[in-house]
Design a protein around this ligand. Structure first.
Ligand code: IPE
Ligand code: MG
Length: 225
């Protein structure tokens, strides 16, 4: 979800206003995904690298995260959304951690949209954690025995199908340490739209673009048809 800062700057507003506006875009996109029958949505809210931002911005982002957990979760629950947070949550305050846990417990049996918030998440972190967890679970095996299929269950989002579509807003064309393992065969969609301006129509456009792609997964066009 990129472009909050630039959205604010264009309007001579402080960056955090852009983040606040970004939260409205999240609401719209989550509701629209649920409406369109999207099974899973993962939002990259805060990367392991985002701690390097100015202290004031980081603390504003934490305030927003906490507010969102306090104010939005009830509504998500009513709408049958299952919320999960992926990332190293030990980096967050006790208060935020306990709200994350409550939100996950409250919504865990919901069968609608699987909404994942990537917070203090990094794709490389995810892969390393998976390897460590695999080793703990298999003390008598060595990494020489490890296959992709062995490791997959230890990665974040293992219980969901791999992502079909990556949308990156704000004109940037890079993956920025997002779901690097899980995105191996995802279709990428880039838009100059700044995240606070991203809305239902923007999502429809991305989905339409996705629908026109031919996914070959390494095979030839003839094999697929
Ligand atoms: C994305 O918007 C929000 C977070 C990373 C939390 P940015 O803050 O990166 O916005 P720009 O890139 O400065 O416009
Ligand atoms: Mg940015």
């Amino acid at each position: 979800m990129d472009g909050n800062g630039r959205w604010a700057k264009k309007r001579f507003l402080p960056r955090y206003i852009g983040h606040q506006k970004g939260r409205n875009a999240v609401r719209k996109v989550v509701a629209h995904c649920a409406k369109r029958g999207v099974k899973a949505l993962t939002l990259f809210a805060f990367s392991t690298e985002n701690w390097r931002r100015p202290q004031d911005e980081v603390s504003k982002l934490m305030d927003l995260f906490l507010q969102a957990l306090q104010k939005e979760v009830g509504k998500l629950h009513e709408n049958n959304v299952r919320l999960r947070v992926i990332g190293d949550r030990a980096g967050f305050s006790e208060t935020i951690q306990s709200h994350i846990l409550q939100a996950e417990q409250l919504t865990q049996a919901n069968t609608g949209l699987a909404l994942n918030i990537a917070a203090n998440y990094g794709g490389r972190w995810d892969v390393l954690e998976a390897i460590k967890a695999w080793q703990v679970a298999h003390p008598n095996q060595t990494p020489a025995d490890l296959t992709e299929a062995d490791l997959a269950p230890y990665l974040c989002l293992a219980e969901l199908p791999e992502p079909d579509l990556l949308i990156r807003t704000g004109g940037e064309q890079r993956i920025s340490n997002f779901l690097i393992w899980q995105m191996a065969y995802a279709e990428f969609y880039f838009t100059d739209t700044l995240w606070p301006d991203f809305n239902e129509a923007s999502l429809d456009e991305a989905i339409n673009s996705f629908a026109r792609r031919e996914r070959r997964f390494g095979q030839t066009s003839e094999q697929i048809s």
